[in-house]
Ligand binder design. Structure first.
Ligand SMILES: [Co+2]
Length: 467
């Protein structure tokens, strides 16, 4: 593990700083957390219950001049901060509600595992199945099935809690004038700190999307590209967090100018509509139809001209498999005859895109996102170039089949990667995922949530107070 994965005490502001050794916070998490939690997650109880503060007898003050660090047990500095956050500068993003038991600092420094020491993480938003699936809610057989999968569920919930805490920070700094390169670097560091890992272990699930205006997806600043977020931009922040390859994929739109409200609203509505229709045996074609109908019921006036908001017809939601962000199944966001059904146990990201342009994206701009081809991973590839071989070894070891960006290679010390990377792409072992853009001058919004089709219910893992 790298040094920056340790909590950064310097990040703790003066007013919240406490002596780690003088106060200890113990957590009693109800063993039956799942059944005791109401949904949706926005309730205060959805975090931690029953926090007791036990004061230890006062200890002698630390001597300032001793040379060796203290041998006494260094209890983690757990600092309770108010979770309330005013998000009103970002249009249509809701505020984070107060939660007296919230144990994170701002900026984030406390790993999720220290906030939830029993390996039991907050449950997402639960909705029960209805109709032919109503029996599932109480089925003993289906419950037993879930017990078998609880390891995966907890990994996903842990990644989802990191996602919420990291994006809460993100929303506090996303203001006109910020440097998107430095923002993405900082955000990805917090994912690593909160999930105590890097690469395939845990942390960053895929490069942080910071897709501006007509760019719908797959753009993150490359090394040296210090693009600045402006007041009149529409920026889609797409964040991936993972624990042992179980990935949470969730995105929101940042707009400061109220003239974009309808565009943002359209995809918020459409994604919620899509998530609502998701269930065991739900057909993709019908989910797409519901999404399109919600999304295209909006229009927007920009500088005196009215534009219909179009669903981008060649972008899709997708299933998520371990270490495989775009799994085998794709869900269109427009009406189709696709009879594919959602199945018990599957993990999905529903993401909807609304555009003032053509409603169609094409590859454009410089590549930032890449991944090893899922089916080629670990297979021998004839490579004549030594540097390409060395780069491939690094990528295989560090990222496996998770996506990564050129910025991440730079951070890894792979500063001369451009030509070797080209060779890996030409050899077919690495796939580039070019930025996906609508026409110049258009604006695109996005919202995305990750949910699991559990045997007894649907759980929207990435739901937060904000969206
Ligand atoms: Co996605």
């Amino acid at each position: 593990m790298e040094s920056e994965n340790q909590g950064n005490p310097a990040a703790i502001s003066e007013e919240t700083k406490i002596e780690a050794s003088s106060e200890q916070v113990s957590l009693n998490i109800s063993p039956n957390l799942e059944t005791s939690l109401p949904s949706p997650l926005s309730s205060e109880e959805s975090n931690i219950q029953n926090i007791e503060e036990t004061k230890e007898p006062a200890k002698k003050k630390k001597k300032r001049n001793r040379k060796k660090p203290a041998k006494e047990p260094s209890a983690p500095a757990i600092i309770t901060v108010n979770r309330f956050q005013d998000n009103s500068h970002i249009r249509l993003l809701k505020n984070w509600s107060d939660n007296p038991n919230y144990l994170q600092t701002n900026p984030p420094s406390i790993p999720i595992s220290q906030q939830f020491p029993n390996n039991t993480y907050p449950i997402g938003e639960i909705s029960e199945y209805s109709g032919d699936n109503a029996y599932r809610t109480t089925s003993e057989e289906k419950r037993e099935l879930e017990r078998l999968h609880s390891y995966d569920y907890e990994n996903l919930r842990k990644a989802a809690e990191a996602h919420r805490q990291v994006r809460r920070w993100a929303q506090s700094v996303l203001k006109p004038g910020i440097d998107l390169h430095d923002f993405c670097e900082e955000l990805e560091n917090y994912s690593r700190i909160l999930l105590e890992g890097d690469g395939t272990i845990a942390g960053v699930g895929f490069p942080t999307g910071a897709n501006l205006n007509h760019i719908a997806a797959h753009w993150t600043p490359n090394p040296g590209d210090h693009a600045i977020l402006g007041y009149d931009d529409v920026c889609k922040i797409d964040i991936g967090c993972h624990v042992s390859g179980r990935i949470i994929d969730s995105a929101f739109t940042v707009a400061f100018n109220p003239k974009f409200d309808n565009l943002v609203h359209a995809t918020q509505d459409a994604t919620n509509e899509g998530v609502k229709h998701a269930a065991v045996d739900a057909r993709f074609g019908e989910i797409g139809e519901a999404i399109q109908e919600a999304l295209e019921s909006y229009e927007i006036e920009l500088d005196g001209k009215t534009y219909p908001i179009k669903a981008i017809r060649n972008l899709n939601g997708h299933s998520i498999e371990p270490y495989h962000i775009h799994g085998k199944k794709s869900i269109r966001i427009v009406k189709s005859n696709d009879q594919t059904k959602m199945e018990e146990g599957e993990l999905y990201a529903i993401e909807t895109f609304g555009s003032t342009g053509k409603g169609l994206v094409h590859d454009d701009l410089e590549n930032s996102h890449h991944a090893i081809d899922f089916d080629m991973f670990g297979k021998p590839v004839p490579l004549r170039d030594n540097k390409a071989r060395a780069l491939l070894r690094h990528i295989e070891k560090k990222y496996g089949t998770l996506p990564w960006s050129r910025r991440q290679l730079q951070r890894d010390g792979e500063t001369k990667h451009i030509l070797p990377l080209k060779n890996l792409i030409n050899a077919g072992i690495v796939n580039p995922y070019p930025p996906l853009c609508d026409i110049h001058g258009s604006y695109v919004s996005q919202m995305e949530h990750t949910f699991i089709i559990r045997p007894t219910c649907k759980e929207v893992l990435s739901r937060g107070d904000d969206y």
